[in-house]
Design a binder for this molecule. Structure first.
Ligand code: HEC
Ligand code: HEC
Length: 152
């Protein structure tokens, strides 16, 4: 019985985690594979947004806006999908600034970063000074796009 239930859980996890495509492996460092010379089409920015810094991979938050501003002031609004994933292959000049918008909430990343591989720092076991996953309050209503930004 317990075994069947565990298999069921694995199967549900696999719907998003085991197939390739927009909903794949939320929380993973997409650019690890999606890079020049990698196993999949290169992205310039990629990641997953959650409602908590320590969320499990399957708890991605949809309909949230990740706003990127590049070194030339070019701005992109990347809405998260059903898995919480966002990504683009648009050419950008680094370093980039990032904000996450949902309803009336905004979270602004203090440092500009030299890579768009958000989950290479914002992971379950975060690296390079990040405090956990990319996240925002899930109780705010999903945001309309595009959002204004307050990047200095
Ligand atoms: C372990 C390697 C790996 C990781 C990690 C990975 N992918 Fe993929 N992805 C692939 C492969 C292989 C394909 C299929 C080949 C292709 O379409 O380029 C693919 C396909 C895709 C596609 C469809 C291809 C296209 O051109 O639109 C999307 C979208 C995608 N992945 C998004 C993501 C996102 C978002 C993440 C991170 C949350 C991610 N992937 C993480 C390997 C990976
Ligand atoms: C080189 C490592 C690194 C990369 C890559 C990175 N971040 Fe960050 N991020 C940080 C650090 C360090 C902080 C400040 C500490 C914190 O709040 O986690 C931060 C903070 C944030 C915050 C603010 C959290 C708060 O306090 O409100 C958001 C939102 C964020 N990052 C989103 C992103 C997004 C989106 C990407 C991808 C475009 C990204 N980050 C890429 C290191 C990184």
């Amino acid at each position: 019985m317990l075994r069947l239930r565990m298999l069921g859980l694995l199967a549900i996890g696999c719907l998003s985690a085991c197939q390739t495509g927009p909903l794949m492996t939320p929380g993973d460092d997409c650019n690890g594979c999606h890079r020049a010379g990698g196993s999949a089409r290169a992205f310039t920015v990629s990641g997953t947004v959650f409602s908590r810094a320590d969320a499990v991979f399957s708890a991605g938050l949809d309909a949230t806006d990740v706003v990127i501003t590049d070194a030339d002031g070019r701005q992109l609004d990347l809405p998260s999908n059903a898995a919480g994933n966002f990504y683009t292959d648009a050419p950008l000049r680094f370093p980039i600034a990032a904000e996450v918008w949902r309803g009336n909430s905004v979270r602004h990343m203090e440092p500009r970063v030299e890579t768009g591989a958000c989950s290479s720092c914002h992971e379950e076991l975060p690296k390079n000074g990040a405090e956990g996953r990319v996240f925002i309050d899930a109780h705010e209503p999903p945001s309309p796009t595009p959002r204004p930004t307050v990047v200095p």
